[in-house]
Design a protein around this ligand. Structure first.
Ligand code: ADP
Ligand code: ADP
Ligand code: ZN
Length: 220
């Protein structure tokens, strides 16, 4: 069983690592960002409401994202584990998650905090490309597709997210520092926190996370 949270700034590699963990352990990735982007694309009422916050690099209101996670966590595929990617993002969301878990008889086993310095985050985010069809992530320099602009998994078209532009990125990094970084202390106090250095190869970082999930050794 692996109920875990991937915590880290935009560009830390949460989505990349979550997608590999999903395949490896057969448990779902719950990415509030992916769910919100799908709602924006489909122009659902939630998507229309969320879009203005996302375009500014601000957080979407707590009630919206908490609702998303609450609905998702009760689905049967979460019964043998789940990976929360990009949620919670502030203390209010973390408190709400606790309540949802209590009500559903679940608990979090690991909060994996991935750290990467700011320069590296900026180059990762500006070079990030995502497959329109299957959502797989690439980087134009660090993890390029074999055929330019084409997904190696499904042949889909790669695109750059609207909010991956420089001005919005700075705002998102500020929001992370102000609202999300306090969760490192929050989960540290609950002894759930494990720190992972997010620089190095995607494979090496994956091995470290797998070690944590499989309960091998304890560091900080
Ligand atoms: P990244 O992977 O770069 O950190 P995400 O895909 O997680 O970005 O999030 C993109 C945007 O979606 C955020 O800037 C925010 O507007 C919105 N969002 C995603 N998750 C949350 C959340 N838990 N709470 C509020 N807003 C969220
Ligand atoms: P997050 O979900 O935390 O915002 P992503 O997983 O989308 O981050 O990664 C951001 C960008 O950095 C992507 O373009 C991805 O291909 C790239 N990336 C992820 N992990 C690494 C790594 N270990 N080294 C270099 N680039 C990476
Ligand atoms: Zn694809």
């Amino acid at each position: 069983m692996c109920n875990c949270i991937l915590l880290g700034p935009p560009g830390a590699g949460k989505g990349t690592q979550a997608k590999i963990l999903t395949k490896r352990f057969g448990i779902p990735q719950i990415s509030t960002g992916d769910i919100l982007r799908a709602a924006v694309k489909e122009q659902t009422p939630m998507g229309i409401q969320a879009k203005k916050f996302m375009d500014e690099g601000a957080l979407v209101p707590d009630s919206v994202v908490i609702g998303i996670v609450e609905e998702r966590l009760v689905k049967p595929d979460c019964s043998s584990g789940f990976i929360l990617d990009g949620f919670p993002r502030n203390v209010e969301q973390a408190d709400a998650l606790k309540q949802v878990l209590l009500r559903t008889g679940k608990s979090i086993e690991h909060v994996i905090s991935i750290s990467v310095d700011k320069e590296e985050l900026l180059s990762r985010i500006t070079g990030r490309r995502t497959c329109r069809s299957c959502g797989k992530g690439y980087h134009i320099a660090f993890d390029p597709p074999e055929v330019p602009d084409r997904c190696g998994e499904c042949g889909g078209e790669l695109y750059q997210r609207d909010d991956d532009r420089e001005e919005t990125i700075r705002k998102r990094l500020e929001v992370y520092e102000e609202q999300t970084a306090p969760l490192i202390t929050y989960y540290g106090q609950e002894s759930l926190l494990r720190n992972v250095q997010g620089t190095g190869s995607i494979e090496d970082i994956q091995s470290e996370i797998v070690g944590i999930v499989e309960g091998k050794g304890r560091n900080t």
